[in-house]
Design a protein around this ligand. Structure first.
Ligand code: 9Z3
Length: 330
């Protein structure tokens, strides 16, 4: 696709170019303020004796707009279930009160504390009573009450901050903001990067403004590689945080090798490898110490329970290893 303004992205992926050419993040000031308050509150609580871990969970897919006034975009399959479920289990395994979660998710994807609610129609939850008031159907009553209770508790106690994104531009700008805000927490911070991040995008300045016209014939587009921000996160944004990224492949023969490569290339502490065909049933936790399979034990069992349990242990080990540094952080 030709640029309206004529300039092109550099041939190699480039972090600075990505941020400089991205459209400004809507609500940046408000998001930054919310983040600041959230992290400051945690630092205050931690200073009064209870160190609080903070996990940034990214969840869902990212879109790649094809037009500035976007009608069409490229996206991917991610539902956000893994991120949402892992958020709930993190609150559980760190024990409520000693972890706070920054949940950055694709708008409209799965939300924590909602997975027991019916997916098909929200309206199935409700009935109209004889006096015309709206009530929750008896069959869903227990589950709805539990979801509301758990969700409210998490939000009111300051355990959960939600920051939504849609595009790859928003996702990476938000990740940068969250990571730099969490840097002061040193090793108490953890990144659980389950969002399915676009590998290719159209730089904003190379994008046409208006809807691409079909009358112009077949569409020929050039996509630029999204720069790999994992190394930047590790090196610059939050170097002492514990970092877990996910690797998804469709070819089982290359999955573990790619996960190993990602761990080394981006200095990840852990890479969780999963294959599209069975990602809900099995993942492999890849670390420098070896590989551990984590499986689901049936329809009603989320593998995220074991996965998060294991990761929380590894995070505690990381905090211990960084010991004096973590204490000095707060
Ligand atoms: C994953 O592999 C996640 O486990 C899933 C979860 C997207 C499969 P759902 O949201 O699915 O529960 O439906 N995420 C992939 C993360 C990713 O894009 N990793 C990049 C890569 O593979 C590196 S950052 O290259």
């Amino acid at each position: 696709m030709d640029s309206k303004k004529g300039s092109k992205a550099p041939g190699s992926p480039d972090v600075e170019y990505f941020f400089n050419s991205a459209p400004p993040l809507k609500g940046r000031v408000q998001t930054s303020q919310k983040l600041k308050e959230f992290v400051e509150k945690i630092v205050r609580s931690s200073e009064s004796g209870r160190p609080i871990r903070v996990v940034c969970v990214t969840s869902g897919g990212t879109t790649v707009p094809l037009e500035q006034r976007c009608v069409r975009y490229i996206d991917n399959f991610s539902s956000g279930y893994r991120g949402a479920t892992s958020t709930e289990y993190s609150c559980f395994f760190y024990k409520n009160g000693c972890v706070s979660i920054i949940f950055s998710n694709f708008r409209g994807s799965c939300q924590p504390y909602c997975r027991y609610l019916p997916h098909d129609s929200f309206l199935e939850l409700f009935d109209i009573a004889e006096d015309s008031t709206i009530k929750v159907c008896e069959s869903h009553d227990t589950v709805v009450k539990r979801s509301i209770k758990d969700y409210r508790k998490a939000v009111e106690e300051g355990l959960l901050l939600k920051i939504p994104f849609t595009t790859i531009f928003e996702y990476l700008q938000i990740l940068q903001m969250v990571a730099t805000s969490m840097n002061c927490l040193k090793s108490l911070g953890m990144f659980y990067l389950a969002a399915a991040v676009s590998d290719f995008y159209v730089p904003w300045e190379n994008m046409v403004e208006h809807k691409i016209q079909s009358t112009e014939g077949p569409l020929d587009m050039r996509l630029t590689q999204v720069p790999k921000m994992l190394s930047v996160l590790r090196k610059d944004w939050a170097p002492s945080a514990f970092c877990i990224s996910f690797k998804l492949e469709t070819d089982p023969d290359i999955l573990l090798q790619k996960a190993d490569m990602a761990m080394q290339k981006y200095s990840m502490h852990i890479v969780v490898a999963n294959e599209l065909a069975n990602y809900k049933k099995e993942v492999t936790v890849v670390t420098s110490r070896g590989k551990t399979k984590v499986c689901s034990h049936g329809k009603d069992h989320d593998l995220e329970a074991e996965l998060v349990d294991l990761l929380v242990d590894r995070h505690f080990e990381h905090i211990k290893k960084c010991g004096s540094e973590a204490n000095g952080a707060l």
